[in-house]
Design a protein around this ligand. Structure first.
Ligand SMILES: [Zn+2]
Length: 205
């Protein structure tokens, strides 16, 4: 039976009731119990409501806990969905103005999901730039770096000294490259509990 849980439920870890709900958008949460559901919990937004589907037999305490978990999860997903293709084009224009006096003018800039070995690519003849969706959720300065890198290829193909000179003006080139190298390195590591504070050197390339 649907039960209305006012606003976002609190995690049991947070002391019940005393804490105000986090976040700015306080939206209604509707919990729907389903007899067909045995163990899985899912959640989605429907207008300004959040629907959480749980197994019928779940206890009240479990329900509370899961609502908290699912709300956090949705929020995390939403904060990762950063720019659409239109915003990406605007961003490119801005970066081109700022760093290349507007000389790099792509005809299209878009996200692609079929590009897993490269962060970005550029076809100068067509003036098209594609960014891997794997960049979504990474810090803005990293996305900007990849975008700027591909914009620079509209002006200079290849990675010679002239190319890197173009990117010198962007203050976070080195940092962004280090971040991306770290991501690649982390994917190759065995999945050990991340406890030891060992440095995984972000070597050259
Ligand atoms: Zn390149």
């Amino acid at each position: 039976m649907p039960a209305d849980v006012p606003q976002r439920a609190e995690n049991p870890e947070r002391s019940a009731k005393s804490q105000p709900p986090r976040g700015s958008a306080v939206s209604a949460v509707e919990v729907r119990r389903s007899a067909r559901r045995r163990r899985t919990v899912s959640a989605y937004r429907e207008g300004d409501r959040t629907i959480v589907l749980i197994p019928a037999r779940m206890s009240e305490a479990e329900e509370q806990r899961w609502v908290g978990v699912m709300l956090d999860k949705l929020e995390a997903q939403e904060s990762k969905r950063l720019l659409g293709d239109a915003e990406l084009s605007e961003r490119a224009e801005l970066l081109s103005d700022q760093y290349f006096q507007g000389r790099a003018r792509p005809k299209s800039v878009r996200w692609v999901t079929n590009q897993n070995t490269r962060w970005g690519s550029c076809t100068p003849a067509e003036g098209s730039i594609r960014l891997s969706h794997r960049l979504q959720g990474m810090p803005e300065y990293v996305v900007d770096y990849v975008l700027l890198h591909e914009l620079a290829h509209l002006l200079v193909p290849g990675h010679g000294p002239r190319f890197w000179r173009l990117l010198e003006a962007y203050p976070r080139t080195e940092r962004a490259r280090g971040y991306l190298e770290g991501v690649v390195a982390a994917e190759r590591l065995p999945h050990l509990p991340a406890a030891r504070g060992e440095e995984q050197g972000a070597g050259g390339a």
